[in-house]
Design a protein around this ligand. Structure first.
Ligand code: NAD
Ligand code: UDP
Length: 321
């Protein structure tokens, strides 16, 4: 049988690199594309030299060219952490809009199926909990998070338009907070922030009063859900996440216990428009994909902590790493 060919954008990032691993394992030919703006080649270093793996250093907001056939495109390129997209707001808007348009055009040319990485942020600061896919969201377009949220909402709209008007095969995954090995220790997201602080012997910074909630999904569970969605025939958005909801204060306490640090929680200002609650309704993923998360937070956190502990000392002290 012919080897299937998949293009993965954002391949040197946290999720993109795990997707590369999964598709290589399944026997695909993987074309990994990234401009390394927030990613790190270290995440995919182990794949270089494999016959069925190639890397292209490219900004997908500019015209994208790939030679040969393509069966699938997975568009994961985008800054994803609030401190990243606040630092590079224009690039964030461009990769979600122009980048998505370029890749949809490529998918149309190659007659490939395209899956886009959307996000729970399309629900903004939600007024319903848990969030089903039918909820339209509560987003402030001109607030600091608007650059990410609106880029992702536009990305969904553009993708649906290609599906409806060009008959392109498309899939939309709405990813909820995901964690695991290869997150950047200094990417500002709450899990690397807390573990980094514990490892450096600093207090853990809880934003606001810590009563806001999130629901954390282990990366292997997410990748399984994405793989199933890609191979399904369902074109409307599907939430993939772990519904086990926790307050950020409780989460900080769990990290203190896990790491055995003698440090404590300290309260800092809550960022503007920080969502108060977030929990996926995964009824659709269960029914359509037969998917649900398998890894408990206790197990996933242990694996992730071991990963961060195994990094060289410079990774801990180097704020740019
Ligand atoms: P990440 O920052 O680790 O990875 C993103 C990758 O995209 C990086 O390697 C970066 O260099 C690359 N990139 C950014 N702009 C690019 C461009 N213009 N051209 C080429 N490459 C570019 O982030 P992540 O957590 O792996 O997130 C990956 C995707 O999943 C993003 O689209 C994000 O919005 C989505 N997502 C992630 C989460 C999560 O919890 N991790 C939740 C919801 C959605
Ligand atoms: N947060 C925190 N301390 C930190 C980093 C984040 O209390 O050092 C909070 C943040 O305000 C938010 C939650 O943790 O309420 C999750 O933040 P993250 O940036 O990981 O993801 P997102 O807000 O995009 O869900």
């Amino acid at each position: 049988m012919k080897t299937k060919r998949v293009l993965i954008t954002g391949a040197a990032g946290f999720l993109g690199s795990h997707l590369c691993d999964r598709f290589i394992k399944e026997g695909y030919h993987v074309i990994a594309m990234d401009n390394l703006i927030t990613g790190d080649l270290q995440n995919i270093q182990h794949l270089f030299g494999l016959e069925n793996f190639e890397f292209a250093h490219h900004d997908v907001s500019k015209y994208v060219y790939v030679s040969g056939e393509l069966d699938y495109i997975l568009h994961f390129a985008s800054p994803a952490s609030p401190i990243d997209y606040l630092k590079i707001p224009i690039q964030t808007l461009k990769v979600g809009s122009l980048g998505t348009h370029n890749l949809l055009g490529l998918a149309k040319n190659k007659n490939a199926r395209m899956l886009i990485a959307s996000t729970s942020e399309v629900y903004g600061d939600p007024s319903v909990n848990p969030q089903p896919e039918e909820y339209w969201g509560n987003v402030n377009p001109v607030g600091p998070r608007g650059v990410y949220d609106e880029a992702k909402r536009f990305q969904e709209a553009m993708t649906m338009a290609y599906h409806t008007f060009h008959g392109l095969e498309t899939r939309i995954v709405r990813i909820f907070n995901t964690y695991g090995p290869r997150m950047r220790l200094n990417d500002g997201r709450v899990l690397p922030a807390f573990i980094g602080q514990a490892l450096r012997g600093e207090d853990l910074t809880v934003f606001g009063d810590g009563s806001q909630t999130r629901s954390f999904c282990y990366v292997d569970d997410l990748i399984e859900g994405i793989y199933r969605l890609l191979l399904s025939d369902y074109a409307l958005p599907v939430n993939i996440g772990n519904p086990d909801e926790i307050t950020i204060r409780q989460f900080g306490e769990e990290i203190i216990k896990l790491t055995g640090t003698s440090q404590k929680l300290v309260l800092k200002d809550l960022p503007v428009d920080d969502p108060k609650q977030r929990r996926p309704d995964i009824t659709k993923a269960r029914a359509i994909l037969g998917w649900e998360p398998k890894v408990s937070r206790a197990e996933g956190l242990k694996i992730t902590y071991e990963y961060f502990k195994s990094l060289p000392q410079e990774a801990l002290t180097n704020k740019e790493h």
